[in-house]
Design a protein around this ligand. Structure first.
Ligand code: ADP
Length: 492
């Protein structure tokens, strides 16, 4: 068997527990720890957001100043990047600090708009990554890049942060967590990269219809590309899911590999979860009903053991199927069910939720915001979890649901298709329900079938047990990434 690369740097714009907006942060937290556990030496690097400082109060980690302050050229300006570190679960994280860019309330966007200087913020971050690697004088063999915020790194690793070259570049693996966000910016910013030549037509990997596209540069510049499920890896080669980059993806010398994410089985464990009023397991499930009672009380709905509880935890954006729920809502609320939704995102959807809270106070409750502890109690207390996403690269909540004995109802797309088996087609192995189409009708059909299932206690128990036995560990995922790292290590 080939040798593992000696050192890997995992680069991402967010990671739990430091700062997070979505699934990328869960991956960035768990994967490096698991890889370190199986013998690859992996460090992490991310920006030093305000949230990183605020999270220190919870006591898991301590951020410390490193000796490094790096001078980062941004066109004609030189800006300082102060490097900090923290050690957590045996993994070292570097933080790139520059208050003007990262000491902000949110990571990328306010509810109304994206931060207008995201191009500069993440260009600066990527340059600081290269500057730190050079300053450390401890080579990384592989850089594991994640999403558009890392897309310029292959070019920067080759050309250097001043555009004068670096004498060779590290191998890069680029992971797509969501192709819909590409980092598309006006070409007028090109001078800030300090890339030599400074004309966009010299950088076809970066150019996209006259603009700069970080994602495209990452895909074309990296040695390998993967994404977070086999189905999404196939889907993104089509115009429907390729977000304009299907041609680029189809032209890559190596096919895009799909590796399904895992779950942190210590954080998401109904047997030990400290946020739950009662813990439970697949063998002794009684505690789940107590969690349901408590959850309903917490959100202000009345418990009725004959009424199934559906929940959803999500960013409130089109991708997550909120428009389908909007169209189905009236018909859903006429069924014998309760529905609790936790999320935040687009303002228009916040208004929908406030409306629904007023309209169906006995059957529906929306909590607008981000609340990690409540999300655990919802996973435990629910009978069914809703995830009617239009597209879903991998999705994590359906995996948490499986672990918590909560039956997922998902659209048939991406990672949802790869991880949820429909019991109506496979009665013996089924773990959930899959919509056959992305329509309110198909969604409602699943809800009606779920309500019938809820009253067939024997069948319900079997499907729950199947889900709770599903392998969602990071060990399986990490070994697949290790294989990709090895392939890169062999290509000298
Ligand atoms: P995405 O990365 O597209 O948002 P995923 O399903 O891959 O979707 O991951 C979402 C992660 O963020 C999950 O861990 C989910 O529980 C969490 N999450 C999303 N919204 C909230 C919220 N409002 N409160 C708590 N956790 C949330």
């Amino acid at each position: 068997m080939s040798q593992s690369p000696s050192r890997v740097l995992f680069v991402s714009s967010e990671s739990r527990p430091f700062a997070s907006t979505g699934g990328l942060a869960d991956v960035a937290e768990a994967l490096p720890v698991e890889l370190n556990r199986i013998g690859v030496s992996v460090d992490r690097i991310m920006p030093l957001y305000r949230a990183v400082w605020e999270g220190q109060g919870k006591g898991d980690y301590q951020v410390e100043r490193s000796p490094y302050t790096l001078q980062i050229p941004m066109g004609n300006e030189i800006l300082p990047a102060e490097i900090f570190t923290a050690e957590l679960q045996g993994t070292l994280t570097y933080f790139v600090g520059f208050e003007e860019y990262f000491d902000r309330i949110e990571l990328y966007a306010l509810p109304q708009r994206e931060y207008s200087d995201n191009f500069s913020r993440f260009l600066f971050f990527q340059k600081a990554v290269v500057a730190l690697i050079d300053a450390l004088q401890a080579p990384y063999e592989v850089l594991h890049l994640n999403d558009w915020q890392c897309g310029l790194l292959p070019l920067l690793l080759e050309k250097g942060i001043n555009g004068t070259g670096r004498g060779g570049r590290e191998k890069t693996l680029f992971t797509i967590h969501n192709l819909a966000y590409q980092g598309l910016y006006p070409a007028t910013g090109l001078y800030k990269t300090n890339l030599p030549g400074n004309f966009l037509d010299q950088y076809p990997s970066l150019e996209y219809y006259g603009k700069l596209n970080f994602m495209k540069a990452g895909l074309l510049g990296s040695d390998r590309v993967n994404t977070v499920s086999p189905t999404y890896a196939r889907e993104i080669l089509s115009p429907e899911f390729g977000c304009g980059l299907e041609g680029v993806l189809g032209s890559l010398p190596n096919p895009v590999v799909g590796i399904v994410n895992g779950v942190d089985t210590e954080v998401w464990n109904p047997e030990t979860d400290p946020t739950l009023p009662k813990t439970y397991s697949s063998k002794s499930i009684a505690g789940k009903e107590s969690c349901k009672k408590d959850l309903l009380k917490e959100v202000g709905l009345t418990y009725d053991k004959e009424v199934p509880l559906f929940v959803m935890i999500s960013r409130l954006v089109d991708q997550k199927g909120i428009p389908v729920i909007g169209e189905a809502m009236e018909r859903m609320m006429s069924l014998p069910m309760q529905f609790v939704l936790l999320g935040s995102g687009q303002e228009i959807y916040h208004n929908w939720l406030k409306d629904w809270n007023r309209k169906w106070p006995e059957h529906f409750k929306a909590i607008i915001g981000y609340n990690s502890d409540l999300s655990h109690r919802m996973e435990a207390g629910a009978d069914f979890f809703l995830m009617p996403s239009q597209f879903e690269p991998c999705g994590l909540n359906q995996l948490y649901s499986l672990r918590y004995g909560t039956i997922p109802i998902v659209n048939q797309t991406g990672g949802l298709q790869d991880t949820v088996d429909d019991y109506r087609q496979n009665p013996k192995t089924g773990t959930g329900l899959r919509m056959s189409q992305y329509t309110p009708e198909s969604f409602l059909e699943c809800i009606r079938d779920a309500i019938s299932l809820f009253h067939d206690k024997k069948k319900l128990r079997g499907i729950r047990q199947n889900g709770m036995r599903h392998d969602v560990t990071w060990t399986r995922t990490a070994s697949q990434y290790l294989e990709l790292y090895r392939e890169l290590g062999e290509e000298k």
